[in-house]
Design a binder for this molecule. Structure first.
Ligand SMILES: [Fe+2]
Ligand SMILES: [Fe+2]
Length: 442
């Protein structure tokens, strides 16, 4: 008998699998028996919601073999009138043997959607020698709510997770308890990642209890310097997909991660400070182009801040990985040419980003930005606004858990009674570390 690998999932199986069936979705043979029955699942992760936005959402999941993935999406929990959206964009689908990325577009703002993920197992032997070997659907129905002026103004921020599962697991449990509208992952999710499999372990199959941590919780991503490091991270968009093409101008085609999202009374702005060393540093062998990337984002930022839904938001909060301000004269500002070395600074890499600060903070100041939330230094810190620098800056904690005063953080933002309340949660002590309140923009 010719070996065939036929996998079928039915509504009956879905019901039997129940809500815990996500990673147990069983493969069952059809009426005929395959020569070599296999229980290898095709879908091997829960979905991750990427690029929280008002009219679109990215859905990404891992597969174990060549697959043509899709999402069934509907406003009805029973998915009775679900729309099927295939992976990839126009012309051809984006079949892949590791990561399926589906772009849901044309959604309504501040609206709850329900969805299920599925995939056809594909045999491709060249040319027209291709066929469907079977189908698998995750039996669970997930949901998400899009951004927009009508969405609940409530966010959480994590940063510098560095694939350290103990602090990452704590952050995910804290977020689950707080139940925000979205999470901003503020960079250094990676260390140095050379393979797509390593990236998948970070975002799609992390070694934490809550495997489906991002299946109903949308994420935004501001890359950190470590998210550029390693051959695979040069194309991180294979696992952390870019924003939809229609969400940016042709000029901004390559700015796939920057975001300007309205969420209730808050406008969220996402910037990428890029590497913590200069492009001219010999260590980089000419392989990095952070300089022009930052300049391109300046034009993007200028336009984003003028958009109606951003301009009219009572609160403006910006996010980037490397801080835009540092009062410590020993801290390297990241612009020491050509190789980042100077004895007056304590490190030969950027502690903060003066180049980005000079380009971006005048625009943020003019727009009335109240707060910039950053990361990178692995030590929680807050700089209150001053007359000269009217925006506050928070530096989130890193993955280290004591005893030297280091602790990981979840930074929570919530609009209540017309004020933006920021709560800094200490994940080492499981206590509130700090609270700040911001008034609306004039
Ligand atoms: Fe870091
Ligand atoms: Fe960093």
């Amino acid at each position: 008998m010719k070996r065939r690998d036929f996998i079928k999932t039915s509504a009956l199986i879905a019901a039997a699998a129940g809500t815990s069936g996500i990673l147990k979705a069983s493969a069952v043979p059809d009426a005929w028996q395959p020569e070599e029955p296999t229980d290898e699942r095709l879908i091997v992760s829960a979905p991750m919601l990427q690029n929280y936005a008002d009219t679109s959402m990215g859905v990404v999941f891992a597969v174990s073999a060549l697959a043509n993935g899709y999402v069934l999406v509907s406003e009805n929990p029973d998915l009775s009138d679900a729309r099927k959206v295939l992976c990839g964009g126009y012309r051809v689908t984006d079949i892949d043997d590791r990561v399926i990325r589906v772009r849901l577009t044309g959604l309504k703002p501040a609206t709850r959607y329900y969805y299920r993920i599925g995939a056809d197992r594909i045999s491709y032997e060249g040319g027209y020698q291709m066929k469907i070997l079977g189908n698998e659907e995750d039996p669970r129905v997930y949901s998400f709510t899009t951004a927009g002026e009508g969405a609940a103004a409530h966010f959480c921020v994590i940063n510098d997770t560095h694939a350290r599962w103990e602090p990452f697991g704590r952050a995910i449990e804290k977020i689950a308890a707080l139940s925000p509208s979205c999470v901003i992952w503020n960079g250094d999710a990676s260390n140095v990642e050379e393979t797509v499999e390593a990236q998948m372990r970070i975002f799609l199959t992390p070694a934490i209890d809550r495997k489906d941590y991002a299946a109903c919780m949308p994420y935004l991503f501001c890359p950190g310097n470590h998210d550029n490091r390693g051959m695979a991270n040069r194309h991180l968009e294979r696992v952390w997909m870019f924003r939809q093409a229609e969400e940016r101008l042709p000029r901004d085609w390559d700015l796939g991660r920057n975001f300007a999202v309205r969420m209730g009374d808050v406008a969220l702005i996402g910037l990428d400070t890029a590497e913590d060393k200069l492009d001219t540093n010999p260590k980089f062998a000419g392989l990095f182009t952070s300089g022009p990337y930052r300049e391109a984002q300046t034009e993007w930022l200028r336009e984003a801040l003028s958009r109606e839904e951003i301009r009219t938001a009572p609160f403006l909060v910006a996010f980037c990985h490397i801080p835009l301000f540092d009062s410590n004269p020993r801290h390297n500002p990241g612009d020491v040419a050509p190789a980042d070395t100077d004895p007056q600074y304590s490190t030969d890499f950027a502690y903060w980003q003066r180049t980005c600060a000079r380009m971006w903070t005048p625009l943020l100041k003019e727009a009335g930005c109240q707060l910039v939330i950053t990361a990178h230094q692995h030590r929680y810190h807050y700089d209150a606004p001053t007359a000269e620098r009217p925006w506050g800056q928070i530096v989130g904690g890193g993955p280290e858990m004591g005893p030297t005063g280091h602790f990981p953080t979840v930074i929570e933002g919530l609009v209540r009674n017309g004020q933006l309340e920021i709560t800094v949660h200490n994940l080492l002590t499981d206590a509130v570390q700090d609270r700040f309140t911001f008034s609306p923009r004039p």
